[in-house]
Ligand binder design. Structure first.
Ligand code: DC
Length: 232
């Protein structure tokens, strides 16, 4: 008999390893992985390219009117063994990780109409279960009924260092201080916005990985997954 498929909702602060853990879980369990941050980043890239954001101020009415012109899909890349994000058929996986997008994504993610459209898409993607989805509102809004919810966090300096290492390894010339400022600014907006602020979902397990290795964390979570699958 096949084990029952569940939904794993992973929420938490930016750059605390949500996507790394989620991808590992998806690979081991043979589940789909959906990076919902990439979806908000894709909308932000669209807005930047179409003159709908200037100095972090979004031309809301314009963006809302064009939401139906934005198609976001994911496609598995055999070469990198990772899923890439596509905006209207174009692979934008690298571009959405750049600092211009990071600096503008929070105001876009505060817009109710943008969130409603993304949540609907996310719920469709998870309707057959067998999914690991990471973001800020997965356990609270997208899948409040998820069988396993995780809330991940780590100190802001640890997170800024991780993102700094990632970006410099990809050739970006950034300073640690600007990354730290970006991380703290996003924490503030994500946790204090009116629409679906980041908060621990009811029943979520907390994972603070400031001082935990990725291996230990994965082992711990896998044990929880097993327990949940067996009891369902
Ligand atoms: O996880 P990330 O850093 O790629 O997310 C990018 C931004 O999108 C971040 O500022 C928070 C926002 N976001 C959100 O509001 N809701 C989600 N489910 C995922 C991301």
């Amino acid at each position: 008999m096949h084990p029952k498929k569940i939904i794993i909702a992973v929420d938490g602060h930016s750059s605390c390893g949500k996507s790394t853990l989620s991808k590992q879980l998806a690979q081991i369990l043979k589940y789909n992985y959906i990076d919902t941050g990439a979806m908000y980043r894709a909308v932000t890239l669209y807005a930047l390219r179409n003159g709908l954001i200037e100095n972090k101020v979004v031309y809301k009415a314009g963006l809302i009117a064009q939401l139906t012109s934005i198609t976001i899909t994911f496609q598995f890349n055999d070469q990198t063994q990772k899923s890439d994000t596509y905006l209207n058929g174009e692979n934008i996986e690298n571009e959405i990780r750049e600092l211009t997008v990071s600096n503008n994504v929070s105001p876009v993610a505060t817009i109710k109409e943008v969130r409603d459209a993304m949540v609907l898409l996310q719920q469709k993607m998870g309707k057959n279960k067998g999914i690991v989805m990471d973001g800020r509102d997965i356990g609270t809004v997208v899948f409040p009924e998820a069988e396993l919810k995780l809330f991940m966090t780590a100190s802001s300096t640890v997170r800024a260092q991780r993102r700094f290492d990632e970006l410099t390894a990809n050739g970006s010339s950034v300073t640690f201080d600007e990354i730290l400022k970006n991380v703290e600014e996003r924490d503030y907006i994500d946790s204090n916005r009116a629409e679906s602020p980041l908060k621990q979902a009811e029943g979520a397990l907390i994972l603070d990985n400031s001082n935990t290795s990725r291996e230990d964390q994965l082992k711990w979570v896998l044990a929880k997954v097993k327990a949940v699958i067996n009891e369902n």
